[in-house]
Design a protein around this ligand. Structure first.
Ligand code: SF4
Ligand code: SF4
Length: 561
């Protein structure tokens, strides 16, 4: 491999790489505003100027190809003087309104001003003023004074979202960003421009002015908006989720996520319709009861049915761990093979960038862990017909809304003798339930999802739930967050009293008399890895933060014995 020498250190590089790319591959950071690894090179910000021996002038590292034997200096006197000059130039008209800027704390301009600037300005004239609140589209606001004209947002729309919506107008210090006449920046990926804008010129209408970045914690997670499983960070203040941002994973979503996933997959967590305690129908009304009462009532009622009269519906919204225990619960505790889950497909949602037609995060995982009918059991359509014919009298529904998915069966489901539901929020099905268990959301538990390509990926608790009114069979729920701080739901005034679905099922199993015993999600995963080929050899450590491929071909339909 050819070599390049950067600041005296020899590193190898791939033919065709630029200096900035070669350096980055070896952990050497050359400052940059306009360059982004996934966008074309525009070379306009000039902060990446470096000195190359035998070249008469400084060159920009983002567009100069590395060549064998090239000697590059990134910290020489000439380079530092150039960096100082570029920073001074960029800050001439910048409003320096960091104290009220959403980007403060995660702003490249702010960071570089400390690192590469001289710390003072010689500019005493009036700064150029521009519009500070321009709506570029339904989700993004533009501040013209903060823009440093790097063109990342323009290139993103053209090259990644494939929807050219933005352009520069005017020249010199009057230059600014606008949408094309009659256009809005409303492409389904528009909010990625906020992430890649190196300054606070583009802000999220949903998030702006809600929190300072240093007041929030962030937790790695996975988007639940479709089966792509984009890697995300969940940003939390006072135990309330305030925003999601994409997390880089080249095998899944690169640096991006769609606006739907970013905005619509966390607001149910603190919503008013959140189910906050177990409920039992008494005299036609759902009333709150204790966990013990709910578990015992569910067990007692389930025991009164023949196994042929019971069906279980798992969930592509729930984790592999939840579905694995659902499978065990159905087959070994209730003795039924009437087991399936509902596929939620929306072809109009899919595109050839990230979004898939499966609008759930874990269909493949539910299938792989065996949530499907046994040979003699009924699938989802058989179950619904049998409910209509009153052959199925008891339905155990996990984290889904069967009435929303199949409105024509609403009357039949209302006629069940027993409907038990695990749900995070109230919906059309919970309105008909006899017993409701409050399920923890994806942001409140550990577990895994398998995406459309077979990547097994971890989720972690980002917000905490409160202690149960009484620990279930020795299983207590921590109210400590990951920093060991005690939290209630201060922001919403709610105390969310929920458990992961798999834990609720273990409690009900024990009340029925079964020996199912797992204490933490990791143990459930270990049992999956022991017993299911696709997960063989995997554990939470191996999955890490970027996931691993399942250890088998992606099945059309997994066989269940
Ligand atoms: S708005 Fe941000 S991303 Fe777009 S050109 Fe200005 S500084 Fe660059
Ligand atoms: S593409 Fe799918 S997984 Fe990715 S952010 Fe959008 S909805 Fe979420």
């Amino acid at each position: 491999m050819p070599n390049i020498i950067i600041d005296g250190t020899s590193i190898d590089f791939k033919q065709g790489q630029t200096i900035i790319e070669a350096a980055r591959d070896h952990g050497i950071e050359i400052p940059h505003f306009c360059w982004h690894p996934k966008l074309s090179v525009s070379g306009n910000c000039r902060i990446c100027l470096v000195e190359v021996e035998k070249m008469p002038k400084l060159v920009i590292a983002c567009s100069t190809l590395a060549s064998d034997g090239m000697a590059v200096h990134t910290k020489s006197e000439k380079v530092i003087a150039a960096q100082n000059a570029v920073m001074e130039f960029l800050l001439i008209n910048h409003p320096l309104d960091c104290p009220i800027c959403d980007e403060a704390g995660e702003c490249k301009l702010q960071d570089y001003a400390y690192k590469y600037g001289v710390g003072e300005s010689r500019f005493v004239e009036e700064k150029v003023h521009k519009d500070k609140r321009v709506s570029l589209g339904p989700r993004v606001m533009f501040d013209g004074e903060r823009c440093i004209s790097c063109s990342r947002c323009i290139r993103f729309c053209e090259e990644i979202a494939k929807d050219p919506e933005l352009t520069f107008v005017q020249r010199g210090d009057k230059v600014t960003i606008v949408t094309y006449p009659g256009e809005e920046m409303d492409n389904p990926y528009s909010m990625n421009t906020i992430d890649i804008c190196p300054v606070g010129a583009l802000t999220s209408k949903d998030f702006r002015f809600k929190a300072r970045v240093w007041d929030m914690s962030s937790t790695n997670s996975i988007c639940v908006g479709c089966s792509k499983g984009c890697n995300t960070e969940i940003w939390v203040r006072n135990n309330e989720i305030l925003r999601l941002t994409p997390r880089h994973n080249e095998k899944v979503n690169s640096y991006w996520m769609c606006d739907h996933g970013r905005l619509n997959t966390f607001k149910n967590i603190n919503a008013d319709d959140r189910i906050n305690s177990p409920q039992l129908r008494k005299d036609g009304q759902l009333v709150e009861i204790s966990w013990d009462e709910a578990v015992n009532e569910a067990a007692l009622k389930l025991k009164s049915f023949n196994k042929e009269q019971i069906a279980v519906i798992g969930s592509p919204f729930a984790t592999c761990e939840d579905n694995f225990i659902t499978n065990k619960f159905a087959r070994t505790v209730l003795g039924t093979g009437n087991l399936d889950f509902i596929h939620h497909l929306d072809p109009s949602f899919a595109d050839d960038i990230l979004r898939t037609e499966d609008i759930t995060p874990n269909s493949l995982g539910a299938e792989l862990v065996g949530v499907q009918p046994s040979k003699s059991g009924m699938d989802i359509h058989g179950i619904l017909s049998a409910i209509k014919e009153k052959k199925i009298k008891a339905l155990y529904l996990i984290e889904d809304d069967v009435v929303e998915a199949y409105p024509e069966f609403e009357n039949a489901i209302a006629g069940l003798d027993l409907l038990i539901i695990h749900s995070t929020n109230h919906n059309k099905s919970t309105a008909l339930a006899d017993i409701i268990f409050p399920a923890a959301t994806y942001a409140e538990k550990n577990g895994t999802f398998v995406n459309v390509s077979g990547m097994v990926q971890r989720i972690h608790p980002a917000v905490s739930v409160v202690e149960q009114d009484r620990a279930l069979d020795g299983m207590s729920v921590s109210r400590l967050d990951k920093f060991g701080t005690k939290y209630d739901r201060w922001a919403s005034g709610k105390k969310i009293n929920s458990l992961p679905t798999w834990k609720i099922l273990i409690s009900v199993s024990k009340a029925i008399g079964s020996k199912l015993k797992f204490n933490i999600a990791e143990e459930v995963f270990a049992e999956m890895a022991n017993s299911i080929d696709a997960f063989k050899g995997l554990d939470y450590d191996i999955l890490g933060e970027s996931g691993s491929k399942i250890r088998s071909e992606i099945p059309n339909k997994v066989k269940v014995s």
